[in-house]
Design a protein around this ligand. Structure first.
Ligand code: NAG
Ligand code: NAG
Ligand code: NAG
Ligand code: NAG
Ligand code: NAG
Ligand code: NAG
Length: 650
């Protein structure tokens, strides 16, 4: 351990020197480029953050009386202040920081996947501007017009579709049954990553068939509102009729209505419920044929794949409703879903939808290199999570963690998170492979919807060749790879204590490594006793009775917070940055013992104050670290005579 720590210290020292050096040489440049990476930049980060921390507090409320009220007391004042952004609780910033980085850097992306994503993002942003440049009328196109223009499989029917949604008489008069086919449309959309009636997805050599998890089904009013743009020139009745028809359909598919209804065209026998095998009627067959045809899978790929239908009963039920419904109505509904889904209001969604591409770009480090070297960042991350990983290693057995990823020969007594991440990234974010896959994409300039669906199609295809990776599973290194990249971006925007108050705390919290049944029951008893002895609605509402669910939260919060606080101190201890951190903190009348209590509590300001106040206060008051930092009087509310949860050994 000590050897490793020395290495890290050396690296940290190098960064400190680098920063100090930059500080002296770039002052001139800084005037024109205020965000350039310098020591001053970091100092400014700290100052801004700490000033906000101070302003959120209500200085006249005592920390030892009701810490939460003290820490968040000025929130309402601050929220009224002129700069709304600055008033948001800092936790929301983590996402915002990533967004900001993406927005400012996407123009500098260098890998093929990264460039595709960047182009799509620019096109998404451009949508609001005029699309008809060069044509006679220079008005901006509506969402619907753009869809018809840009999606090739809709453009074919552009003329007919301009009068969508269809009523029965229109459909019959124009004999649309012969032109428009809901099965084809739904399969087209699904093959481009926009499922509407059936959810088909892949993992390596495996095909999953599942019902739509959350089939959209708004109220009549919701349907009508969503179509107001296309229905402006039509009779108000039309909206009502179409909305009603679609609502009956989607409620039927969700199983909320008895099967037969007024829309029945013909009856067919019901397959007996609970069948294991998915019975494919001609509609489903047709759909699957279209779908797989469009994805260009070979016969051999299809035949060799495992096929796993999930929740067969629900699929069968939904498709039976489809069979009983007029094709026109299904067509309207499928198109309605596509239209809704493609609104794509928040362009940053692209970065989460295609996160693998984005992370592949980041992992190549082109855009990060000017800020931080990759090996330095890795070493920092390793240091940041050292205590967590040590705990994890003793809790999980070696096979669970190492065995998944590396052959036995690579195992090493020290936990090499950096190496595990590297191994995983080389595989999962393999830029050669991604480039090969995404090379097929041929973007049409200025065609956001068309391009978006192309990219989705390739992504869907690619997922058939990739092993399944769950980035939210704390037991997989994908989780840490993602956390690592988040950590890097966060460290460019926020002071280090902020990391421990957010990501670091979450790491412990989500891992459930600290859960412990005995400890919970002890806490339950003890907190109840505290309530009985000290509760007084007027003087100290912070001792209000807690439900067993709340006790579990307090207990889990307590332990995660304690662990994260220790991580923070471990980092300070092993870290030559400490002088800077202490210096700035002192300036604001804080110290490293107190800062995390504020940082954590303030993330939660103004969100369910009633609930969280009790949770945070009850957690803090029982922490020896809190008493040490704030030195509350023996009779202060935040200093109960008997503390809970102290009897757990680590
Ligand atoms: C509370 O917020 C207001 C508005 O931003 C600010 O002027 C004031 O200084 C804050 N109070 C404290 C104690 O920081
Ligand atoms: C600050 O705390 C004092 C004392 O508890 C209280 O009277 C005052 O209303 C609080 N200020 C705000 C802005 O909540
Ligand atoms: C369909 O309904 C008709 C009467 O409405 C009935 O005669 C016929 O047997 C039914 N067909 C099936 C397959 O259930
Ligand atoms: C699918 O394959 C066909 C023939 O093999 C080819 O013509 C077509 O361009 C391919 N489609 C895509 C989108 O790759
Ligand atoms: C990356 O992908 C290429 C092309 O598929 C392959 O040859 C190479 O072995 C892969 N590298 C790793 C580390 O998986
Ligand atoms: C991770 O793995 C451990 C040991 O196999 C298990 O106890 C724990 O529940 C797993 N955690 C999750 C979130 O799957």
């Amino acid at each position: 351990m000590s050897k490793l720590r020395r290495q890290w210290q050396l690296l940290m020292l190098l960064i400190a020197i680098h920063l100090a050096h930059a500080d002296t040489t770039t002052t001139a440049r800084e005037e024109s480029d205020p965000d350039s990476e310098t020591g001053q930049f970091f100092t400014r980060l700290y100052k801004r953050n700490l000033r906000q921390m101070m302003e959120l507090r209500n200085a006249s409320a005592e920390p030892c009386a009701d810490f939460y009220a003290h820490a968040c007391g000025n929130f309402s004042q601050l929220a009224k202040a002129e700069d709304q952004d600055e008033a948001l609780p800092p936790f929301l910033y983590n996402m915002q920081d990533r967004m900001q980085f993406f927005q400012t850097q996407h123009g500098n992306f260098e890998t093929l996947p990264g460039k595709l994503l960047a182009q799509l993002y620019s096109e998404c942003k451009m949508r609001s501007r005029s699309q008809h440049v060069g044509s006679l009328h220079q008005i901006s196109a509506t969402h619907w017009e753009r869809m018809l223009e840009q999606l090739p499989f809709l453009t074919v029917h552009e003329e007919v579709l301009s009068s969508w949604p269809f009523l029965r008489h229109q459909w019959q008069r124009r004999q649309l049954d012969e032109q428009l086919n809901w099965i084809q449309l739904a399969a087209q959309l699904a093959a481009h990553g926009l499922p509407t009636l059936l959810h088909i997805y892949f993992a390596e050599q495996t095909i999953y068939l599942a019902p739509m998890q959350e089939l959209p089904c708004p109220s009549l009013r919701g349907f009508k509102l969503s179509m107001s743009e296309v229905l402006t020139d039509r009779h108000p009745q039309v909206a009502h009729i179409v909305a009603h028809e679609m609502r009956v359909l989607c409620r039927g598919m969700r199983g909320e209505l008895p099967l037969t209804n007024s829309l029945t065209r013909r009856n067919q026998s019901t397959p007996s419920p609970g069948q294991e095998q998915l019975q494919l009627d001609d509609n489903t067959m047709d759909y699957l044929q279209n779908f797989f045809g469009l994805l260009n899978f070979t016969e051999r790929q299809l035949a060799g794949a495992r096929k796993l239908p999930l929740n067969v009963e629900r699929i069968t039920q939904a498709w039976q409703v489809l069979r009983q419904t007029e094709p026109r109505i299904v067509y309207n509904y499928v198109m309605w879903q596509a239209r809704q889904h493609l609104e794509y209001e928040d362009c940053y969604q692209l970065a989460t939808e295609f996160e693998r591409l984005l992370h592949a770009e980041y992992w190549q480090w082109h855009v990060l290199a000017p800020q931080l070297r990759r090996d330095v960042a890795m070493a920092m991350y390793q240091l940041h999570t050292t205590r967590f990983q040590q705990r994890r290693r003793t809790t999980l057995n070696r096979r669970d963690w190492y065995g998944l990823l590396l052959p036995g020969s690579v195992e090493h007594p020290e936990l090499q998170v950096a190496r595990l991440l590297q191994a995983h990234a080389q595989h999962y974010l393999n830029i050669t492979e991604l480039t090969m896959q995404y090379n097929q994409v041929q973007f049409r300039p200025g065609s956001f919807y068309g391009n978006l669906l192309q990219l989705r199609r390739v992504q869907l295809r690619h997922s058939f060749e990739s092993p399944y990776v769950d980035e939210d599973d704390v037991n997989q290194s994908a989780y840490f790879l993602r956390k690592f990249l988040h950590f890097v971006l966060l460290s460019l925007h926020r002071p280090m204590y902020h990391y421990y108050a957010t990501e670091g705390l979450q790491l412990w919290h989500q891992s459930r490594l600290l859960q412990d049944t005995d400890g919970y029951y002890t806490a339950l008893d003890c907190l109840e006793r505290q309530t009985q002895q000290l509760y007084d609605a007027e003087v100290a509402p912070i001792y209000r009775p807690l439900s067993s669910h709340e006790v579990a939260n307090v207990f889990h919060f307590y332990r995660s917070f304690q662990a994260s606080l220790r991580d923070y101190k471990f980092w300070l201890h092993g870290e030559r940055f400490v002088f800077a951190e202490q210096f700035v903190l002192q300036y604001f009348g804080l110290d490293e013992h107190r800062v995390l209590f504020y940082a954590v509590a303030q993330q939660l300001c103004n969100r369910q104050d009633e609930i969280l106040a009790a949770q945070i206060n009850r957690g803090y008051m029982n922490l020896p670290e809190f008493q040490a930092a704030f030195k509350c009087d023996p009779d202060a509310f935040m200093n109960p005579p008997a503390k809970c949860m102290l009897n757990r050994c680590e």
